[in-house]
Design a protein around this ligand. Structure first.
Ligand code: PEP
Ligand code: MG
Length: 580
């Protein structure tokens, strides 16, 4: 039995067999082909393409797995690429000229195409290199008779153990069969953790080298509440965890009793608790946890990794569905946060040395206005069907915001010209997640109807600590005085301007920061829906005046750990229930 400690990424306890998922590179052989075998070499290639195409189609038609539109679109785009006539004719030509085996020819052709894409002055097309790598690996696997390993193929309940996972791995995985996730890399706010939470799968990340210590089929306990992983537990510990799992579930169910109650402090201050979602499938959980609306719908998961972005119509239907389910409650949809950690690309390092500080979100719209305009048009059209708010990510200053707002105006004018219905008074807001935006919130407030504080990125950029890097995860601290000062400033500026200030970063759902945020005057919190009951319970158990006084003391402290300790002690004294 071995016990490992990582970062508690998604709560809950799972016990099951390990499924090792380590991405492998395929080495490509090179050898000469006699003239007489060129034809059969070409047939071998075509056979591998056919098998790869069939493989994708089978994935699309799996009975036990309803594919989301984005998954299906990604697969359609790969089928198109697999059968690209240009690539095929280059393979034939190179086979005849170079007389080498087709695996080697394929790699040459793909690399040549990738170089051409990378040389273009069009970042969007350059990103398409990823899809070429993906399909070439798929063909190679068939040429080399390697068995395809995919999280989509999982047929029995397992705990996935990986060195790292991409958001697209989670999108395609057989979600019904994956009961736990553990990864060597990652942090509490990396996108894998956020996705695991939204799917309700217990997860522990940042385990350094766990994937090297586990054998497929090992029994594993994942404790997503405490960040612990136990490999091959003994009987006694396993029974203890079975009991803990039942107790935890019972507590979570009991918390749902508060669903209809307002989030009101003992001295009568009411706040709103909204939900963050990544997939429309989460709406049921949003409603069952009693959310006051959706404070963040991360729309990039509709877009992730397709060759062609979803059309206006496809987006419109998706957004309208969410609005119709939520009825009168507000739904804030964030426009595509392209780039950074979210877009998967084996070749990204060649394109961008530092994607977190690179061509992300609003910076992408400026070189691709058609992508933003299509999305805004779909959103505005959907606004006629519910209470929609639109929000832009990664704004770093007024100049950038003005450019985006001009695009919104252009779309609005066009819709009016064509007599297409939309809510002309729709609220438009921005995420404050870059320190330069926080520091200029006094300027930005005059442009928008609301701010939403994105603490996941705000902490990353303020403390200069990569939110996905487990080595520096100890530095990633919501209690850092710099972070708290920026939050205080944003709330103050928003209030002075009379606009709403919401928070949709993970800090809004962190039970240890609820009191400070309340004390700083935050009135709208948005978090993973399962966190809502616990945060509500805290709010209903304390007085706003006490929270304000505590916050005043804390804001004078110089060290993050002292702040954290002071709050935890205060909570122990004021709350009589378990926070885990
Ligand atoms: C944030 O940065 O706090 C946020 C909510 O956005 P994301 O986690 O999607 O970057
Ligand atoms: Mg962000």
């Amino acid at each position: 039995m071995n016990e490992y400690t990582g970062i508690a990424a998604s709560p809950g306890i799972s016990i099951g067999k390990s499924y090792l998922y380590i991405e492998k590179e395929y080495s490509t052989p090179i050898y000469d082909i006699p003239e007489a075998e060129i034809k059969s070499e070409h047939e071998r290639f075509q056979g591998a393409v056919n098998k790869a195409t069939e493989e994708i189609k089978k994935l699309q038609n799996q009975e036990n797995k309803a594919l989301s539109k984005e998954e299906s679109r990604l697969m359609d785009s790969h089928i198109l690429l697999l059968n690209d006539p240009d690539i095929k004719s280059k393979i034939v030509k190179n086979l005849q000229e170079k007389k080498k085996n087709v695996e080697w020819i394929l790699i040459q052709v793909i690399e040549e195409n990738i170089q051409k894409l990378n040389a273009l002055d069009d970042d969007y097309l350059r990103e398409r290199a990823t899809d070429l790598v993906d399909i070439s690996q798929r063909i190679l696997r068939h040429l080399l008779f390697k068995k395809r390993e995919s999280l989509a193929d999982i047929k029995e309940e397992v705990i996935v153990v990986a060195n790292s996972l991409l958001p697209s791995d989670i999108l395609v995985m057989n979600k019904k069969m994956v009961i736990g996730l553990v990864t060597d890399t990652g942090s509490r706010t990396s996108h894998i953790s956020i996705l695991a939470k939204s799917l309700g799968i217990p997860a522990v990340v940042g385990l350094s080298d766990l994937s090297g210590q586990v054998v497929p089929g090992d029994e594993i306990i994942v404790d997503g509440n405490k960040g612990k992983v136990i490999v091959q537990p003994d009987k006694k510990l396993k029974h203890l965890y079975i009991r803990n799992k039942e107790k935890w579930k019972a507590r979570e169910i009991k918390l749902l009793d508060m669903k209809e109650l307002p989030a009101i402090t003992l001295d009568g201050k009411t706040v709103k608790l909204k939900a963050n979602i990544e997939f429309p499938e989460e709406l049921e959980s949003v409603i069952s946890h009693g959310a006051d609306g959706i404070g963040l719908y991360r729309s990039e998961f509709i877009f992730i990794k397709p060759l062609i972005f979803p059309s206006e119509e496809e987006q419109f239907i998706e957004y309208r569905n969410v609005l119709e389910v939520m009825g009168k409650k507000s739904v804030c949809i964030r426009t595509l946060d392209y780039g950074g950690e979210k877009i998967t690309s084996a070749f990204r390092e060649k394109i961008e040395e530092n994607p977190i500080l690179g061509w992300r979100a609003v910076r992408f719209y400026i070189s691709h206005p058609e992508v933003l305009k299509t999305q805004v048009r779909a959103l505005l059209r959907a606004s006629a069907y519910g209470n929609l708010k639109i929000m832009f990510p990664m704004i770093s200053g007024a100049g950038e915001l003005e450019k985006v707002l001009v695009m919104v105006e252009e779309v609005k004018c066009d819709l009016k010209k064509n007599r297409i219905e939309f809510n002309e008074n729709i609220e438009i807001g921005i995420m404050i997640e870059v320190p330069s935006a926080a520091l200029t919130s006094d300027i930005l407030k005059s442009y928008v109807d609301f701010f939403s504080i994105g603490t996941n990125d705000l902490i990353q950029y303020t403390i200069a600590v990569d939110r996905g890097n487990e080595r520096v995860a100890y530095l990633y601290d919501p209690f850092h005085p710099a972070v708290l000062r920026l939050i205080k400033m944003i709330i103050k500026e928003g209030k002075e301007a009379g606009i709403d200030v919401e928070m949709c970063g993970e800090m809004a759902g962190n039970v240890y920061t609820t009191v400070i945020l309340l004390g700083l005057g935050l009135e709208i919190f948005s978090m993973s829906s399962f966190r809502i009951p616990k945060v509500k319970k805290i709010i209903r158990s304390i007085s706003f005046e006490d929270a304000r006084k505590l916050t005043e003391t804390i804001m004078n402290l110089s060290h993050a750990d002292k702040i954290e300790e002071t709050i935890k002690t205060w909570m122990e004294e004021h709350l009589d229930f378990d926070l885990d």
